[in-house]
Design a protein around this ligand. Structure first.
Ligand SMILES: Nc1ncnc2c1ncn2[C@@H]1O[C@H](COP(=O)(O)OP(=O)(O)O)[C@@H](O)[C@H]1O
Ligand SMILES: [Mg+2]
Length: 297
């Protein structure tokens, strides 16, 4: 059986390349010829008759399935239009990749989340309304978290401690024309969160991540992970978010609220599972491939 794993050829993040390689290797063990395909090795095109087609830059066998590890949602949708089965689906990747859209899609589902405000659409790089900003800031409390909508690895998440810092950060993001969300700071979760790894409708395992030096618990920001058993409440919350977003596999981040009540932080469609695998001692990639096989056979 042939499958493709599509990844972004312009993003030279070693962790992602390693993850793609590890999936290809696991594929071999399961007798799957998993071809690593860079997004720019296929060109989506619409023919005169309106049909969705691909121009190939390298010889590729027609896949039975496509694992989509890029975030080029239009390309993923195009492939679905051509009739390919894409994991995760383009819609679920789209909804996860934008933090504002993710909260919007998850809202009204009885999913506990930090109070969150989406950045308004602005033109000319300036909102020019301090009233608006002050209202946002005051609605969320003294210390707030600002997240660029498309960030990852904790790199575009900022802790803001006063009004001046808040106005400065928002102004800077506006000038750079970057979408963001503003959230209440869940202080009880300082430097810790839980990464829940899910495939299909099952939690495969969870990792507590703790950092001694930063409010962000991401491993990339110095957080240390260890395996933990989830409470029923944590498990149900993570699964609910995963299902609401229509994902096949995901990494759900949970925060610790007062009395350790779980609060949803974010959901990752293109999860980095290498740190989890290392602790777990088994192959998460293999589990993904087994799941995909079950879906396409
Ligand atoms: N509202 C919040 N209150 C407190 N800590 C938060 C909040 N949101 C995120 N964090 C911390 O910041 C980290 C990164 O945020 P997250 O939304 O997961 O962004 P990324 O996509 O960059 O991982 C989280 O893992 C968590 O430790
Ligand atoms: Mg995260």
């Amino acid at each position: 059986m042939t499958g493709w794993i599509i990844y972004n050829g312009t993003l030279n993040v070693p962790k992602i390349l390693k993850l793609v390689d590890s999936l290809v290797e696991e594929g071999k063990k399961l007798n799957i010829k998993l071809e690593a395909v860079k997004n720019a090795e296929i060109i989506p095109m619409y023919l005169k008759n309106g049909e969705a087609e691909l121009i190939y830059l390298k010889k590729l066998e027609e896949p039975k399935f496509i694992i989509f590890w890029d975030k080029d949602v239009l390309l993923a949708k195009h492939l679905e239009k051509m009739g390919f089965k894409v994991f995760n689906s383009s819609e679920s990747i789209k909804n996860c990749d934008h933090k504002g859209l993710m909260h919007l899609v998850l809202s009204n589902n009885n999913i506990s989340m930090p109070r969150t405000i989406l950045s308004p659409m602005i033109f000319d790089y300036s909102l020019n309304s301090e009233d608006y900003l002050v209202k946002c800031y005051e609605a969320l409390g003294e210390s707030v978290i600002i997240k660029e909508s498309m960030g990852s690895f904790g790199m575009q998440v900022y802790l803001i401690n006063n009004r001046e810092e808040f106005i400065n950060k928002v102004t800077e993001l506006n000038k750079r024309n970057i979408d963001f969300i503003i959230q209440e700071n869940i202080k009880s979760s300082f430097g810790r969160d839980i990464r829940v790894n899910i495939i299909g409708d099952k939690v495969i395992g969870a990792m507590l991540r703790e950092s001694e030096k930063d409010f962000r618990a991401n491993i990339s920001q110095g957080g240390k992970g260890r395996l933990i058993d989830l409470t029923v409440e944590q498990e149900l919350l993570a699964l609910k978010a995963h299902k609401a977003l229509g994902l096949d596999f995901s990494g759900v981040d949970l925060l610790f609220g007062e009395n350790n009540k779980p609060i949803l932080c974010e959901v990752n469609s293109n999860l980095n599972f290498l740190s989890f695998e290392e602790l777990w001692g088994k192959s998460f990639g293999r589990k993904i491939l087994e799941y995909v096989l079950g879906e396409v056979l």
